[in-house]
Design a protein around this ligand. Structure first.
Ligand code: AMP
Ligand code: MG
Length: 495
């Protein structure tokens, strides 16, 4: 059995950055799912992790040789208020491996017991959130959205106390970095400029190596993070995805979707849709995500000010550099959004009127409570002239008058494009998934697992989400929006 080679570099930053810790053993773990395909990418498919013994490692009952478990320190703005010390209260960082392709990954257990940063919490996770993160993060990967990945999920064999006693679970999650905007804020708030610099140098060398030799590495780093966040949030918006807890401690420095909590994909479209039970003021509602993204990046820029002001740059100069970089966010975001949305409605050329055309569609969808995913999926199948195929789309809209007006404008716009219907439809179907992890289906998978110890619903849903652009015959129910009695109005952290 090949050994797993850990190559831990974060631990070398020094003990300001983490607290060494150990996962807490659990009584009777059992494997729910091992992600063989991703394990292959990581070079772990032939390791002990893919054997029966794997479950002991995924449960934290055994520690792999070379792993140096720790809990990372970080701060963060939560719903606008600053917490100077959060940290991994429910995650244990096992270490780093380098994949056969040379990509360095962090591996963590989530829900494996108390750490130095747990405060009042138990450091554990209920089974529901483990299944939810597994399903949604792996669906995101298949939708080509940057994300942390799920390597394995296990039940712990013990109950955890939430609103009531519920089954516990542990997720093994993997990222190209678990450093957050909040990690920079942690040291900035302590006025520990040296640590801010050390952290920036570490992240640049590891995740932005192209910036190592540029003239202004920290300015370029800030700009690169801004660019990745703009691209990421545009992708969320294009899929109707609502993160739900865009606190700065949940904003990845490498632009991956991080910390899946009360996240959700929208069914019927509303600009201000918000599912999270903890987001009382709807701060992280769908339409707010782009601007909250910028607000979060302002917090990063603040933390980097000491570095932006190095050398000949005075403090005002540093502020100016930060402001200019942040100013670009809006344009970057809008470009990413518009490029992606154009593709979703089948446009290859760029015309000034396109933004209005897309905004109009979203408004018509909102006023008719049309299903987000199916609107784009059915639109992808339409011809450039009206036909019977229009009916499927029409049925999604409560009132068709505005839709008809919009389709007329869309077809007029299509007439300027050069593609045949068949080619355009193929392009659109490659951008508009037929299946996304819908709340009611995730809920059904969780209910079956928690209430009946039945993981078949989870496995079936996971399988379907592996190919979001093609639905096999017999799987039609996965395409459908919830029936009235299935609608999930609120999602919970539940951890
Ligand atoms: P989140 O926004 O859900 O990613 O978590 C916010 C903070 O709360 C992080 O510092 C977590 O480590 C911590 N936290 C969440 N749940 C627990 C738990 N069950 N036990 C200890 N800490 C937790
Ligand atoms: Mg978090």
């Amino acid at each position: 059995m090949p050994t797993i080679f850990f190559d831990n570099t974060y631990i070398k930053l020094g003990d300001d950055f983490y607290v060494k810790t150990h996962p807490s053993p659990v009584p009777n773990p059992s494997l729910i799912q091992f992600n063989k395909e991703f394990a292959e990418e990581l070079g772990l498919a032939d390791s002990v992790l893919s054997t029966e013994e794997g479950v002991a490692y995924f449960a934290g009952n055994k520690i792999l040789e070379g792993s140096e478990p720790l809990a990372m320190a970080y701060a963060g703005h939560q719903f606008g208020g600053f917490s100077p010390q959060l940290g991994d209260g429910r995650a244990v960082h096992l270490g780093e491996i380098v994949s056969p392709k040379g990509v360095r990954y962090d591996i963590q257990l989530k829900g494996s017991g108390r750490t130095y940063f747990s405060r009042g919490g138990d450091g554990k996770s209920a089974l529901g959130p483990v299944l939810r993160e597994y399903l949604v993060s792996e669906a995101m990967a298949k939708l080509a959205v940057p994300t942390t990945r799920a390597l394995a999920a296990v039940t712990s064999g013990e109950e955890v106390a939430r609103m009531q006693l519920v089954a516990g679970g542990i997720l093994t999650r993997v990222a190209t970095s678990f450093v957050r905007v909040g990690t920079f804020q942690y040291f900035y708030a302590q006025q520990n400029e040296q640590a801010v610099k050390k952290l920036a140098d570490y992240v640049i060398a590891r995740n932005y190596p192209e910036l190592l030799n540029v003239a202004n590495p920290y300015e370029s780093f800030l700009k690169a993070v801004i660019d990745r966040q703009a691209a990421l949030i545009a992708q969320w918006m294009q899929l109707g995805f609502i993160h739900g807890v865009m606190n700065t401690d949940n904003v990845s420095i490498v632009g991956e979707t991080l910390d899946y909590g009360p996240c959700a994909f929208m069914d019927d479209f509303a600009h201000n849709r918000c599912y999270s039970s903890v987001d009382r003021n709807h701060r992280y509602a769908y339409a707010n995500q782009p601007s909250i993204g910028q607000w979060n990046l302002v917090r990063l820029a603040e933390s980097l000010l000491p570095l932006l002001g190095e050398g000949d740059v005075d403090p005002e100069g540093a502020v100016k550099i930060a402001q200019d970089a942040l100013h670009d966010y809006k344009t970057l975001y809008e470009n990413y959004w518009l490029t992606g949305m154009r593709a979703k409605i089948g446009l290859q050329q760029a015309k000034a009127s396109d933004k209005k055309l897309i905004d109009d569609l979203l408004d018509v969808m909102a006023s008719n409570k049309a299903d987000f995913t199916l609107t784009f999926y059915y639109l992808s199948q339409l011809d450039s002239v009206p036909s019977d195929k229009d009916h499927k789309l029409q049925k999604l809209f409560a009132n068709n008058d505005l839709l008809e007006v919009w389709l007329g404008k869309w077809r007029e716009r299509l007439s300027v494009e050069q593609l045949s219907d068949a080619d355009r439809q193929a392009n659109m179907l490659a951008k508009n998934p037929v299946v996304i992890p819908r709340n009611h289906q995730i809920e059904a998978a969780i209910r079956a697992a928690e209430d009946h110890n039945d993981f078949s619903v989870f496995h079936a849903l996971h399988k379907v989400l592996q190919s979001p652009y093609a639905l096999a015959e017999g799987n039609e129910t996965y395409r459908l929006p919830p029936k009235a009695e299935e609608v999930v109005l609120q999602t919970f952290c539940g951890t």
